[in-house]
Design a protein around this ligand. Structure first.
Ligand code: FE2
Ligand code: FE2
Length: 239
């Protein structure tokens, strides 16, 4: 079940202040018990989490320079910098999980390379739209693991809460940039974006099916979660 649509109704601070008050909030997190997970479960989780860990630890240089080129405000760029730090913090937390499982970190994965290539196609708008595909996928993935693997819930609940805010942040700040496109271009981009989300959800549901099975989430259920969130976000970005 999607939680995105409830979250976006809550009032909040301006984004640069919201990010600033949460700096270092995850520092105290530790993982001390993994009992009840079989070796096969641990292996499936390790393979899957290592892939997401790769995707979380980008430096964000291209995103920040795209923001500068689009004449974004200083407040937006500050918020964006702290957003990138939060994503790196997710990489650190996922690294803790992998260490607890006694699994190695990955250095790259083909899905991450495809996302990076797509994000760098043109501008801040295309970069953030592609980023939002990854955010939607990540939200359903982390919320599946937080509900289905209680041993790891302290980590995944925190990451999930951040991902909800990230989607909200981009949904608040991106439409003014999208409105610079003509209605015809916006409609074409909207269709492409929806196709991209759908395609990515199918690939991830298949690629990570063993970890989702540990969380007792079927690939179909995972895809439905992503599609439900996609509908709400599509309305906010393009309607
Ligand atoms: Fe993240
Ligand atoms: Fe995120």
């Amino acid at each position: 079940m999607s939680t995105y649509n409830c979250w976006m109704l809550q009032p909040r601070l301006p984004w640069h202040l919201d990010f600033a008050r949460r700096v270092d909030q995850h520092r105290p997190v530790t993982i001390d018990r993994l009992d009840g997970l079989s070796p096969a479960d641990r292996h499936a989780l390790a393979q899957s989490i290592a892939t997401f860990q790769v995707g979380e630890h980008g430096e964000g240089e291209h995103l920040l320079s795209a923001a500068s080129e689009s004449q974004a405000t200083e407040r937006y760029k500050d918020a964006l910098s702290m957003f990138i730090v939060e994503e790196q913090e997710h990489a650190r937390l996922l690294g803790l999980v992998l260490t607890a499982i006694d699994a190695p970190l990955r250095t790259s994965h083909w899905t991450e390379r495809v996302f990076v290539m797509l994000r760098r196609l043109k501008s801040l708008r295309t970069e953030v739209l592609t980023l939002l595909v990854a955010e939607l996928i990540a939200l359903s993935y982390y919320s599946s693991l937080s509900r289905g693997v209680p041993q790891l819930a302290p980590v995944f609940e925190r990451i999930c809460e951040d991902e909800l805010r990230h989607i909200d942040f981009h949904a608040d700040t991106l439409p003014r940039h999208l409105n610079q496109w003509s209605p015809a271009v916006r409609m074409a981009v909207r269709m492409l974006w929806n196709v991209l989300v759908t395609g990515a959800s199918v690939v991830v549901a298949f690629d990570h099916r063993k970890a989702l099975r540990v969380a007792r989430v079927s690939p179909w259920r995972f895809m439905q979660d992503v599609w439900s969130d996609r509908q709400g976000l599509d309305q906010r970005l393009f309607a």
